[in-house]
Design a protein around this ligand. Sequence first.
Ligand SMILES: Nc1ncnc2c1ncn2[C@@H]1O[C@H](COP(=O)(O)OP(=O)(O)OP(=O)(O)O)[C@@H](O)[C@H]1O
Length: 212
Amino acid sequence: MVLKIEGLKQHYGDHEVLDIASWEINHGIYWIQGENGAGKSTLFRTLAGMLPYQGTVMLDNQYDLRKNPVGYRLGLNLGEAEPLYPSFLTPADLIAFVAEAKRSPAGQAESLINALGIQYLNNTFGSCSSGMVKKVSLAVAFLGKPSVIILDEPLITIDMEARAALFDLIKTYYAAGVTFLLSSHQTFQQEGLEVTQTFALKNKTLIEFPVA
Ligand SMILES: Nc1ncnc2c1ncn2[C@@H]1O[C@H](COP(=O)(O)OP(=O)(O)OP(=O)(O)O)[C@@H](O)[C@H]1O
C-alpha cells in the first residue's frame, strides 16, 4: 500500500469539506477529478501535511503523517495549483533550500531545471512570469526520492514544451516507482499518459470514476 487514508475529516470553520471513511492506493498514476470547490486542493494540502486534520494518513505502510512527520514528508511531495513564493526570493534559493530539505541526490536539481527549461534562476520571483513560477514549483515537486508526487493542476500556465517535458518526467519517475496523484480539468490522454485509475471527489469523498 502506497497511501492509505482512514476516517479523514477536514473542515474550514463550520464548513466540512472532506469526510473520507477509507481510501487506499498502490503504485500508479491517479487522476483526481472534481468540480470547482469539490475539495481537491484541500485534500492534497491535507495529504502534504499542511493542514490539521482528523483521521489517519499512512504512507508506504510505515509513515503515519502524525507520528512520523519527517519520514512522511520526505516521501510525499506536493506541487501546488497556484504556488506563491516571497517576491524577494529567487528560484535558485528556493530550489537549493528544498533540495537540501528533501535530501535530493547530487545533480537532480540541475537535471530538473534543464528538463523544464527554467531560466533566470537568479532573478527574484517578483520579476518571474507566472509560467516560470509554475515551472519552478513543478521542479521542486520532483526533488528528493519521494514515493508519492501530488501535482495539483500541473498544466496551468505552462507552455507546450514544458508540458511535454513534464509528461516525460512523470513517465520516468513513475517507471522508477513513484506514484502520482494528478488533478486537472483537462484530460491527460492526448499526452500518452496511461492513468491507472480515475477518482472523483464528490460529496466530500473519493469515488471510483466512472462509477461501475
Ligand atoms: N483557506 C480556506 N478557508 C476557508 N474555506 C476554504 C479555504 N480553502 C478552500 N475553502 C473552501 O473549501 C472548499 C473546497 O475548496 P478547494 O480549493 O479544496 O476545492 P478544489 O476542488 O480544489 O476547487 P478548484 O477546482 O476550483 O480548484 C470550497 O468551498 C472553498 O471555498
